[in-house]
Design a protein around this ligand. Structure first.
Ligand code: BGC
Ligand code: NOJ
Length: 811
C-alpha cells in the first residue's frame, strides 16, 4: 500500500496522508544548524551537537510517538486545528507533505483556508525558516488567530530530560517586539542564546508552557488556543516555550505570508553584554532583518535548491527503471549526505545523546559522499586518522566536538583500523589528491606524536598482522563489523554493555570476516603503493595478502561456504557443524569481494549457499538459523529475538557486499535482484508492511524467522546508504574511479540496454552510454571515447572542464 508518491522532477517525496505507518521524516540543514522534521512537523533542532546544543525539545518514545515539533494552531470563530495535522489531529480537508532536499513543505486545507508551510535552513546562516502562507479561498472574508509554538530545550539534551531539580529553576526568556529570546544560563557560562521571531506585529505571546497549555492539557488542546487569546506569560524556571498569537483577517482570495525564524547565536566572550549590560542581541537582529522580507527567504530557498542540484549532478543515471533512477540520482546520495552530517547521532531511532562518531562508520560513510563533497571527506579522514592509536589500533568512537577518542568505549574492535585504508584510497581515487598521504597527523590526538597519513595506513594494516590467531586468521577482539558477535566478552550482567564488559584476554577467537577485509583492503593498499612507486612495500603487502588467502581457503572455508569465526574455545562459528548460526552473510560478501575462491569454485558455492539459506523475499538475512537462546560465548548477537537485528535480521548494510560479490562472478541478474529487494523505492507499495520511509534505507528489516518479517527499523543513519551506493554505482552500473581515470565495467541484468550515465569526475563531465546488444550481464567489448575507439575500458581522467562522450558496448 502507498502513502504517497515520488515527484522526481522536484526531487521530492510527496506524502498524501498524515497517518503514515510511522513518522516519515526529513533533515534540514547542511552545515551547523540542523533539524529533524516529520511529515506532521514533529522533530527538533540543534546546533552542531544534538546533545550539547539542543535548541528545541523532543521526547523520544512519547505518546503518541511523534508529539512535539514546530507547531501552528489556527483558531477561527468555531474551532481550532493544526495546519500540519499534529498535534490537534482534526480532520483536514486536504493534506500533502513534500520532503525535498533539505526542506519540507506541508500544504493543507480546512474550512476553505489553505495553508502552506515551508521549513528549511538557509545555507550559511544559523536559522530555521518556517514560512507560513495562508490563503482564504472562501467567498466570505475570514477572521482567525494564528498561534505558533515551539518548546525550548535547556541546551544539554541529556540534563534536560533527567535533571529536573536544576532545570525547573533556570529557564529564562526575554520578549522584544515579535521576538522571543531563549537565554537560559546566559547569565553564567553560556555565550549563546536562541530566538523565535516573526516578521509581523503580534497580538500576544506566551513563553511559559503551563500558561500556554494549562497544567493538565496536552499539546492538542492548549488553553490559550481554545480561548483564542495569548496570556503574555513570562516564564521563570519550569518550561520555556515560544508562542506568538497573531490575529488575521483575510478577504476572499486574499493571501498572506508570515516568516517565522528560529535562530541560534553565539557571542564572543568580550561581546557578551551590550552597553546597558543586557544580553547582546546584535547578531539576532541581523538575522531577523536578513529574513524579514519574503524575497530574501525566496532567494535563500533557491540557493538551497541550487546547492543540492550541484551536489546531486555528479552522478546521474537515465534508465528504463524509475526506481533505479530515483535511488541513484536523488535519495541514496541524499541519505549519504545525511550520514555525513549526522553520523549515527540524531534520528527517530538515535536520540542524539548516545553515540559519538564511529571509527568504522565514519570511514564507510565516506564511500557514499566523497564524490559530492571531496574537501569535507578529506577533513573527515584526517580527523578520524588523528584519533588512531600508535599501534595502529583505533578508538571505536570519537566525539565530534572535541574530535578526541572516546575512552569509555576504548578500542579493541579489530576491524576498525582497516576501514581507514578503504576510505583514504576511495578519496584519492575520486580526487587524484595524493597530497593527503603526506599530511602529518597525530596518533591519539597527541600533537607531539605524529606520522604521515600514509604511515597511519601502514600501521592499520600492520595492526591486523600483529594480531593473528592460531589459524593465522585475524583476532576478532571485542567484535568486528558485527558489533554483536562478542567472542571475548562473556557478559552475564544485564547492567553492562555487551561490548565493553571485561574482555577475556584469550588470543584464540578469530574472524574470517576480518581476513576477507584484509585481503580486499590489502589489495587496495598494494595498488596504492604501486602507484606511488613503492614496489617493495607493494610486494610485501601482496605477499601477506596471499598468505591470508591461503589461511582462509584452508581454515576459513567449510564444505560450501566461508566460516564466520573461531570462538574463544577454538570452535567454529558459522559452520555446517553448528546447530544454529550455520551460515553468516559477512564473510561470504567480503571474501568473494576480495576475490577469494573465484578461481576454484569456492566463491560460487558460497554465493549459491547465500541464495539458498539467506535469501528471502525482503532481502538477505544476516545468518541462518537464528540463535534461539543466549550463548554466553557469542555475546549480544544471541540476545536478540530470532530474526531481529544481528540475529538473523536483514541487515541492509551487508546485502550490498553480496551484490558486489555477485558482480565479481558476473551474475548481474542476482546482483540486481538483491539490490531491488532492499532499495526503498522498490518497496513503496508495501509500505504498510515495511512501515518506514520509502525514500531511505533502514538499517534492518525483520528477517524470515521474525514474527514481523519485512518490517523495517532504524531508518536514515546507517552504513547501508554508503554501501548500497557503492554497489549500484561502482559495481552494478560499473563506473569505478581509479587513480588515473574511470574503469567502466558494468554488471547488469541481461535485459538492460542503453543505460545513460552522467559522471562528473575531476572537473570533466563524462556522458556514458552503456549498450548491451547481446544481452549479457558482464563484459565490455568496445569502448569509444569522443567517437574514437580505445583498447581498454580504462577511461582517462581528462581534468579539462570539458564534456566527453563515452560509448561502452558490452559483449
Ligand atoms: C547493535 C547494537 C549495538 C550497536 C552499536 C547495533 O547494530 O544491534 O546493539 O549497540 O550496533 O554499534
Ligand atoms: C551498527 C553500527 O553502527 C556499525 O558500526 C556496525 O557495524 C553494525 N551496527 C553491525 O553490528
Amino acid at each position: 500500500m502507498n502513502y504517497g508518491h515520488f515527484d522526481d522532477k522536484n526531487k521530492e517525496y510527496v506524502i498524501e496522508t498524515p497517518k503514515t505507518p510511522y513518522p516519515w521524516i526529513n533533515y534540514l540543514g547542511s552545515d551547523k544548524f540542523f533539524g529533524l522534521i516529520s511529515n506532521t512537523a514533529g522533530g527538533y533542532s540543534f546546533y552542531k551537537d544534538a546533545r550539547f546544543r539542543r535548541l528545541t525539545r523532543y521526547r523520544y518514545n512519547n505518546i503518541p510517538l511523534d508529539n512535539g515539533g514546530r507547531y501552528f494552531y489556527i483558531k477561527d470563530e468555531k474551532e481550532y486545528y493544526s495546519p500540519t495535522w499534529m498535534p490537534v489531529k482534526s480532520q483536514l480537508d486536504s493534506y500533502e507533505c513534500r520532503h525535498g532536499m533539505g526542506y519540507t513543505k506541508i500544504k493543507t486545507m480546512k474550512n476553505n483556508l489553505k495553508t502552506e508551510i515551508l521549513y528549511f535552513v538557509p545555507l550559511g546562516d544559523n536559522v530555521e525558516i518556517h514560512k507560513v502562507k495562508i490563503k482564504n479561498i472562501d467567498e466570505k472574508s475570514k477572521k482567525f488567530t494564528l498561534f505558533s509554538f515551539i518548546e525550548f530545550c535547556l541546551w544539554n539534551a541529556y540534563d534536560d530530560m533527567t535533571n529536573y531539580q536544576r532545570t525547573y529553576s533556570i529557564g529564562d526568556v526575554e520578549v522584544e517586539g515579535s521576538t522571543i529570546f531563549h537565554k537560559t544560563d546566559y547569565r553564567e557560562r553560556r555565550n549563546h542564546y536562541s530566538f523565535y521571531s516573526v516578521n509581523y506585529p503580534i497580538d500576544g505571546f506566551d513563553t511559559d508552557r503551563d500558561a500556554f497549555l494549562g497544567q493538565y492539557n496536552g499539546l492538542n488542546e492548549p488553553e490559550v488556543v481554545t480561548k483564542g487569546e495569548s496570556n503574555n506569560s513570562i516564564v521563570s524556571g519550569w518550561n520555556p516555550i515560544a508562542s506568538h498569537g497573531i490575529k488575521l483577517e483575510l478577504a476572499p482570495m486574499e493571501e498572506k505570508t508570515l516568516v517565522f525564524v528560529l535562530g541560534y547565536v553565539e557571542n564572543d566572550k568580550e561581546e557578551k553584554w551590550d552597553s546597558d549590560n543586557r544580553m547582546n542581541k546584535v547578531k539576532a537582529h541581523h538575522l531577523i532583518n536578513k529574513f524579514y522580507d519574503e524575497a530574501s527567504v525566496k532567494e535563500a530557498y533557491e540557493d538551497l535548491k541550487n546547492h543540492w542540484n550541484n551536489l546531486l549532478c555528479k552522478f546521474t543515471v537515465e534508465s528504463h527503471d524509475d526506481n533505479l533512477n530515483r535511488m541513484v540520482n536523488i535519495w541514496n546520495p541524499y541519505q549519504c549526505m545525511v550520514t555525513f552530517n549526522m553520523s549515527r547521532s540524531a534520528s527517530y531511532f538515535e536520540t542524539g545523546i548516545g553515540r559519538g562518531m564511529g571509527f568504522r562508520d565514519s570511514n564507510q560513510d565516506i564511500l557514499g559522499f566523497v564524490h559530492q563533497i571531496p574537501e569535507k571527506a578529506r577533513e573527515r579522514i584526517l580527523d578520524i586518522a588523528s584519533t588512531q592509536l600508535e599501534d595502529g589500533g583505533a578508538y571505536h568512537q570519537y566525539q565530534p566536538l572535541t574530535k578526541k577518542g572516546n575512552h569509555e568505549i576504548g578500542s579493541g574492535f579489530n576491524d576498525d583500523p582497516l576501514w581507514l585504508i578503504l576510505s583514504t584510497v576511495a578519496y584519492i581515487k575520486e580526487t587524484g589528491d595524493f597530497s593527503i598521504l603526506k599530511e602529518d597527523i597525530p596518533y591519539n590526538c597527541d600533537i607531539n606524536n605524529t606520522g604521515t597519513l600514509l604511515e597511519h595506513l601502514e600501521k592499520s594494516l600492520q595492526f591486523t598482522l600483529n594480531n593473528l590467531g592460531p589459524h593465522g586468521l585475524p583476532l576478532i577482539g571485542r567484535a568486528d563489523w558485527n558489533d554483536c558477535l562478542n567472542l571475548n566478552c562473556f557478559s552475564e550482567n544485564p547492567d553492562e554493555s555487551f561490548q565493553t564488559c571485561d574482555n577475556k584476554k584469550g588470543r584464540t577467537a578469530e574472524s574470517v570476516f576480518i581476513g576477507g577485509m584484509f585481503v580486499y583492503i590489502g589489495k587496495e593498499l598494494a595498488q596504492l603503493y604501486e602507484r606511488l612507486g613503492l614496489d617493495k612495500k607493494n610486494q610485501e603487502v601482496l605477499s601477506e595478502v596471499d598468505k591470508m588467502v591461503q589461511c582462509i581457503e584452508v581454515h576459513g572455508y567449510d564444505e560450501g561456504w566461508f566460516l564466520r569465526a573461531y570462538d574463544y574455545y577454538g570452535m567454529k562459528v558459522g559452520s555446517i557443524e553448528n546447530n544454529e548460526g550455520k551460515i553468516f552473510i559477512e564473510p561470504q560478501g567480503f571474501c568473494v569481494m576480495a576475490g577469494i575462491g573465484i578461481d576454484n569454485g569456492k566463491a560460487l558455492k558460497a554465493l549459491d549457499a547465500v541464495d539458498q539459506y539467506l535469501n528471502t523475499k525482503y532481502g538477505l538475512v544476516l545468518l541462518w538459523p537464528a540463535y534461539g537462546k543466549y550463548h554466553l560465548h557469542l555475546g549480544e548477537i544471541s540476545s536478540y529475538p530470532e530474526g531481529y537485528k544481528e540475529n538473523g535480521g536483514i541487515f541492509c548494510h551487508n546485502n550490498p557486499w553480496i551484490m558486489i560479490a555477485e558482480t565479481r562472478l558476473g551474475r548481474g541478474d542476482k546482483a540486481y535482484e538483491y539490490y531491488s529487494k532492499i532499495a526503498p523505492a522498490y518497496l513503496e507499495d508495501i509500505s504498510e508492511i515495511r512501515k518506514l520511509e520509502p525514500y531511505v534505507y533502514a538499517q534492518m528489516i525483520a528477517g524470515k524467522e521474525a514474527i514481523r518479517h519485512g518490517e523495517a527499523k532504524n531508518s536514515w543513519l546507517t552504513g547501508t546508504a554508503a554501501w548500497n551506493y557503492e554497489a549500484i554505482t561502482k559495481w552494478i552500473l560499473g563506473i569505478k574511479p581509479d587513480f588515473d581515470g574511470l574503469i567502466i565495467d558494468p554488471c547488469i541484468p541481461k535485459e538492460w540496454n542503453n543505460i545513460k550515465i552522467k559522471r562528473v569526475f575531476r572537473k570533466a563531465t563524462y556522458h556514458i552510454t552503456i549498450k548491451n546488444p547481446e544481452h549479457i550481464c558482464k563484459g565490455v567489448k568496445k569502448v569509444f571515447v569522443d567517437g574514437r575507439e580505445q583498447h581498454s575500458n580504462y577511461v582517462a581522467a581528462f581534468e579539462d572542464n570539458l564534456t566527453h562522450e563515452i560509448e561502452v558496448v558490452m559483449g
